[in-house]
Design a protein around this ligand. Structure first.
Ligand SMILES: [Zn+2]
Length: 272
C-alpha cells in the first residue's frame, strides 16, 4: 500500500508533469473510483482545464484546476500509481483514468485492485479533507500539539497515531518505526505519554517519514509502482534481532493491524 512518503513522491511527479498544462481530454470510466459521481461530471470538470497545482493532505492528492473549477481528488488506495504515457504508446494494463494533454501525451492512473479514488471535490470530499488531523510532514506536528491531542485518549498510542482524524496519513509502517525510534511500547495508552516522550515521538515520526522520502526520491518510477522493499528497522522483522539491542522483535495485533516492537527498547511500564 502506498504510504505517505510515496504519495508525496507521486505529488512531486504529477506537479512536474501537469502544472501549467492544459487538459485536452479526460477518460474516467471506472465507476468505483468515481464513488457515485457521474462519469460526465468528472470528465467535464477536467476537459479544457489548466492544472494550477497538485496538493496533498494526508494520503489524498488534489489536482487544483485554474478558474472557477472544483479540484479533482485522488487516493491511491492499495495499488494505485501514475504513469506518463508518450504520444502513440499504449495505455498500461489496469488504467482506470486518463488525462490527455497536448501533443498526444497522457497521464494514466493505474490501479489493479480499484480501491483508489478519482473524483471531483464536492461537499463530501471537502468535509473528508477538513476532518483530517495534523499533517505529519508539516510544522503543525509538534510535541505540544501531540500532548494536547493525546490527553483525552485511552487508546493505545499505536492505534491513536493511525487515526486519520488525529494525524493525517500516518500508516502502520511509519507508526511502528516512529514508536521504535522513541522507545515507546505500542500498547501504552496515548494519555500516559509524557511531554518528553512525545518530543521523542514527534522526532521519530518526522525521521521515519523523511528518511523514506529521501530513499524513495532516489528510486525509479517502476520501483514506486511495485511497492519497494523492506528497509525498515522493526516493521516486518518479527523474530529478528533488534538493530539496537539484539532482543528478538515481537509482533502483536492491534486494531486489526500488525505491530512490531522491541520488548527491551520499548518497555511497557511507564517511566518513573
Ligand atoms: Zn531493542
Amino acid at each position: 500500500m502506498p504510504e505517505l512518503p510515496e504519495v508525496e513522491i507521486w505529488r512531486e511527479h504529477l506537479e512536474r508533469w501537469l502544472v501549467g498544462r492544459r487538459i485536452v481530454d479526460a477518460d474516467v470510466p471506472d465507476r468505483l473510483l468515481r464513488g457515485g459521481q457521474s462519469r460526465r461530471r468528472v470528465e467535464s470538470v477536467l476537459r479544457g482545464a489548466t492544472v494550477g497545482a497538485v496538493s496533498r493532505r494526508g494520503k489524498f492528492l488534489t489536482l487544483e484546476l485554474r478558474g472557477q473549477r472544483p479540484g479533482v481528488l485522488m487516493h491511491l488506495g492499495m495499488t494505485g500509481s501514475f504513469e506518463r504515457v508518450p504520444s502513440g504508446a499504449g495505455l498500461p494494463r489496469f488504467t482506470r483514468a486518463v488525462v490527455g494533454l497536448a501533443r498526444g501525451e497522457r497521464v494514466a492512473f493505474v490501479d489493479v485492485r480499484r480501491l483508489g479514488q478519482f473524483r471531483v471535490v464536492g461537499d463530501t470530499e471537502r468535509r473528508r479533507l477538513e476532518a483530517l488531523g495534523v499533517e505529519p510532514l508539516s510544522r503543525e506536528l509538534t510535541a505540544s500539539k501531540l500532548f494536547e491531542l493525546t490527553r483525552k485518549s485511552r487508546r493505545p498510542i499505536k492505534v491513536f497515531l493511525m487515526d486519520q482524524h488525529r494525524v493525517a496519513g500516518l500508516g502502520n509502517i511509519h507508526a511502528a518505526e516512529a514508536l521504535f525510534a522513541a522507545g515507546i511500547h505500542p500498547e501504552r495508552s496515548a494519555r500516559s505519554l509524557t511531554r518528553d516522550e512525545l518530543r521523542g515521538l514527534t522526532r521519530g515520526i518526522r525521521r521515519a517519514l523523511r528518511s523514506e522520502l529521501r530513499r524513495s526520491r532516489g528510486k525509479t518510477l517502476r520501483y514506486l509502482q511495485q511497492g519497494g522493499d523492506n528497509t525498515f528497522l522493526v516493521y516486518g522483522h518479527a523474530g529478528e534481532p533488534c538493530p539496537s539491542c539484539g532482543t528478538p522483535i515481537v509482533k502483536i495485533v492491534q486494531g486489526g493491524r500488525s505491530s512490531y516492537y522491541c520488548p527491551s527498547c520499548q518497555a511497557k511500564r511507564n517511566p518513573r
